[in-house]
Design a binder for this molecule. Structure first.
Ligand SMILES: Cc1cc2nc3c(=O)[nH]c(=O)nc-3n(C[C@H](O)[C@H](O)[C@H](O)COP(=O)(O)O)c2cc1C
Length: 171
């Protein structure tokens, strides 16, 4: 499958079959993140690969809503940056996250980005909750958690007619 087809096929999947993701697929997904471009080639990110069901369920409670889907995912990858050491941490982590989503799609797996930066429960930021849960460093900030697994049902690509070409200006 070429990138033209891959980019059309990728959709957010929020329901997964319970089978674990093969370790060789996890390795490829992580490898794709590690190959992704970073500002000044800093590579200043961390990826926490979580397959423990209980820990994934705990992650699903890191914010008020929009993270419940994690509890049904066999694999969660927590994408972590360090704002005090890297002024481009959001960009670097975002590029790595979406790269993993495309690698997952290329392997026939479904994925969904679950936003954590700027989210939380009440006064408790999601990053603080996840730092404690996963014993991360004090300077670590969580951008997002990717839910990944075998798709429970297929999803059609976005309709080509719905693409927002009005956002594109040609000079
Ligand atoms: C920055 C960002 C944050 C997102 N946060 C969430 C989230 O917290 N929960 C969720 O279910 N989906 C989340 N999504 C997935 C979007 O809802 C989804 O990408 C969008 O609806 C377009 O659908 P598609 O991915 O199938 O093209 C997020 C996506 C992005 C890029």
């Amino acid at each position: 499958m070429g990138f033209k087809e891959l980019s059309a096929k990728r959709r957010s999947h929020r329901r997964f079959s319970p089978e674990p993701v093969d370790q060789k697929d996890i390795d490829l997904i992580v490898r794709a993140a590690l190959l992704s471009p970073t500002s000044k080639n800093r590579r200043d990110w961390k990826f926490i690969v979580v397959t423990e069901r209980e820990t994934i369920a705990d992650l699903s409670r890191a914010k008020d809503h929009g993270a419940e889907l994690l509890s049904g995912a066999p694999l969660a990858i927590v994408v972590v940056g360090n704002p005090s050491a890297n002024d481009c941490w959001v960009e670097d982590c975002s590029i790595a996250a979406v790269t993993m989503q495309y690698q997952a799609e290329d392997l026939g797996l479904g994925s969904c980005w679950v936003q954590m930066r700027g989210r939380g429960v009440g006064d408790v930021p999601a990053s603080e909750y996840i730092r404690k849960l996963l014993c991360l460093g004090e300077e670590d900030e969580v951008l997002c958690v990717l839910a990944i697994g075998r798709k429970l049902s297929p999803k059609d690509p976005h309709d080509e007619d719905s693409l927002k070409f009005s956002s594109v200006k040609y000079l």
